[in-house]
Design a protein. Structure first.
Length: 645
């Protein structure tokens, strides 16, 4: 139910008005998403008290399944709004492994309402998304497909608008596509909004990549259901324009609305709505795209027009399966990759010439093959990833995603460094704004000992996807290899602010602390990570290294024996075990396990030259031989690299 109270809360320069559902700073309204507003209400009303994450999730999302990362992202956004950029204690304090507490002094005004819960948070309707019931409806697919074409054509016009000073430099226009709103009245159909937003971003990113850069899905999805104004979004994402849209369907009719907004002055450049019949999807696509082009009085470039015209119609069921595959792939988990493989396979079965479905299949197999304890052996997963990427490129050589997946396999499994670089370069020629290509190319440079170039690529990746936890964690890792430890820790801590359970951030933070010889802090962070990820082999092996470096040989050997027990019948722990042996000073054992890792073709080996755990064995001839077989530059070659080489 909606809040009817007239209660107000004042803290610092802020005034929180429950009746108007608005936060003001010095009497100036500040835009908040509905959920962020509710989180703030709960924290402020219970100021001084520790609220557990479980309690907050239960209060804010009473009928939904929501993980802690969702709550953490709202906390992060609130801290930005409140100007809480320091230790986190100015307004919202993080209570490790427990929850949050609002620490500022709060003054409450009078309330004449008794029609709200004990938390002061409005109770809302049913969950917007229930994964167990996510099964698309074909008619909704026609709706979302039409919206995609309409929004694609609309974004084409961005290139021809008078260009404002761009955040991206070199005259490139930055565009954010906000998740378009589902007005169908069926919350289960929100699934299509998520899948289609990614599809739309991918298509727009390929239209004029040298002039138009589109913010990646990870960051764009943070603004689902947002009530922030265009200027604030522009500042947060560094974009010149935002594209908004909504779809409402009634029977066989669909109403599509869209608007293009310039962020610096919140000027509506263009807006319109269309009512069409869904009987002929191809006619609908042509009608809508032509109407938009006419409305904004622009013409398409020959290249962009050809791309739009050549877009072949898709089998609706194949397209539906593709969207579901991308949704599960974006979960970036072993279970998600397996589900993605299933759905991409269904898409290909419906449409054997669906190039993007093959590209998605390659992405899923490649990342599954990079995980420990995967149900599919690494050799099989990487073989299937390469085959799927090759098929995608045979069908459509312009897919940056497929070139990137092929590059990943050649780098991570084949150790074909020239071949991987060629594919990365080709991918970025096709789509200079593809964040994943920049991210993985950064790993290529890191393996070659060129951390300056790696950080440059990660800078491009962060610009394209500024809220990505994975990219931020990778940046922290490479900064550590570059011996920039303070910067490394800052990036890792920033990722943990967004998601306090993000495992890779715990690892990169602990690595930087170990490099600085702050072993107690590293041990504490790794133990904290293990609270969420019990028995995780990556965390355990790093903890074994930290204990060894700290002089606690007993604890280190206890972890080592545990890993040796787990390794039976597995090949993906050899590098982890070699790390601990190397730090313990047992060289022969370290090289024996490195050889096992080599035979298994472990992906971690490509960063062997960057790992400080093996510095003590750099002068051993066996180390130089292994680096030669990996195709990586040895110690002398790395030391002679000039910055940027």
């Amino acid at each position: 139910m909606a809040i009817e109270a007239t209660a107000t809360y004042e803290f610092g320069p802020f005034r929180l008005d429950l009746a108007e559902r608005v936060l003001r700073r010095n009497n100036v309204p500040i835009a908040l998403t509905p959920k962020a507003f509710e989180v703030l209400c709960l924290l402020v009303e219970r100021h001084g008290c520790v609220l557990t994450k479980e309690e907050m999730i239960r209060q804010i999302w009473p009928d939904s399944f929501v993980d802690e990362s969702n709550l953490a992202q709202h906390i992060f956004q609130l801290r930005k709004v409140l100007g809480d950029h320091g230790s986190g204690d100015a307004f919202i304090e993080t209570m490790p492994r427990r929850g949050y507490r609002f620490t500022a002094d709060v003054k409450r005004g009078e309330s004449d309402s008794d029609d709200r819960g004990s938390s002061g948070v409005p109770r809302k309707g049913p969950a917007l998304f229930d994964e167990t019931r996510v099964r698309s409806r074909r008619k909704t697919l026609w709706v979302t497909a039409a919206a995609l074409v309409m929004l694609s054509a609309c974004a084409l016009g961005v290139y021809f608008l008078p260009r404002p000073p761009s955040h991206s430099g070199a005259g490139k226009i930055m565009l954010a596509v906000l998740p378009f709103e589902n007005l169908t009245g069926d919350p289960q159909q929100d699934y299509f909004s998520d899948g289609l937003t990614e599809e739309m971003i991918a298509q727009l990113g390929n239209l004029e990549p040298n002039h138009l850069a589109v913010i990646a899905r990870t960051s764009a999805m943070q603004y689902k259901d947002t009530h922030k104004d265009a200027r604030q979004i522009g500042l947060e994402l560094g974009v010149d324009f935002i594209l908004e849209g909504s779809v409402r369907r009634e029977g066989d009719r669909v109403r599509i609305t869209a608007q293009l907004v310039r962020t610096k002055d919140q000027t509506h450049i263009w807006a319109n709505s269309y009512d069409r019949n869904l009987h002929d999807i191809l006619t609908l696509q042509n009608d809508v795209s032509s109407a938009i082009a006419a409305e904004i009085r622009m013409s398409l470039t020959a290249q962009s027009g050809a791309r739009l015209a050549s877009a072949s119609p898709r089998d609706p069921d194949a397209y539906e399966a593709y969207l579901e595959g991308r949704y599960f792939w974006n979960k970036r988990s072993k279970a998600g990759y397996l589900k993605a493989i299933e759905y991409f396979g269904q898409a290909i079965a419906r449409d054997p010439n669906y190039a993007r479905a093959y590209a998605g299949l390659a992405d899923a197999y490649a990342l599954l093959g990079a995980l420990p304890l995967a149900e599919i052996p690494r050799s099989e997963a990487m073989y299937k990833a390469k085959a799927a990427a090759s098929t995608a490129l045979q069908l459509d050589d312009t897919l940056a995603e497929a070139h990137t997946s092929l590059a990943f396999v050649r780098m991570h499994y084949d150790w074909d460094w020239p071949g991987a670089r060629t594919e990365f370069e080709h991918a970025l020629e096709l789509d200079p704004n593809y964040a994943t290509a920049h991210e993985w190319y950064a790993i290529w440079f890191t393996a070659q000992g060129q951390t300056d170039q790696a950080l440059k690529q990660l800078g491009f990746a962060q610009k394209a996807d500024p809220l990505s936890l994975v990219i931020r964690s990778d940046t922290s890792e490479v900064l550590g290899y570059a011996r920039r430890y303070d910067d490394s820790k800052r990036e890792a801590q920033g990722a943990l602010e967004l998601d306090p359970t993000f495992m890779l951030a715990y690892i990169s933070l602990a690595d930087a602390q170990m490099d600085e010889k702050d072993y107690p802090a590293a041990i504490k962070n790794l133990q904290q990570g293990l609270v969420t990820y019990d028995r995780n082999t990556w965390l355990l092996s790093r903890l074994g290294v930290a204990y060894a470096l700290a002089g606690d040989r007993n604890q280190s050997e206890e972890i080592l024996q545990s890993l040796l027990t787990d390794v039976k019948g597995r090949g993906d722990l050899a590098f982890n075990i070699a790390q601990i042996y190397a730090v313990l000073g047992e060289r022969d054992q370290a090289f024996a396990w490195l050889e096992k890792a080599y035979q298994y073709r472990e992906g971690a080996l490509i960063l062997l030259g960057n790992r400080v755990e093996f510095e003590a064995v750099h002068q051993d001839p066996r180390y130089a031989d292994l680096m030669r077989r990996l195709g990586l530059p040895g110690v002398a070659a790395r030391e002679n690299l000039a910055p940027g080489d």
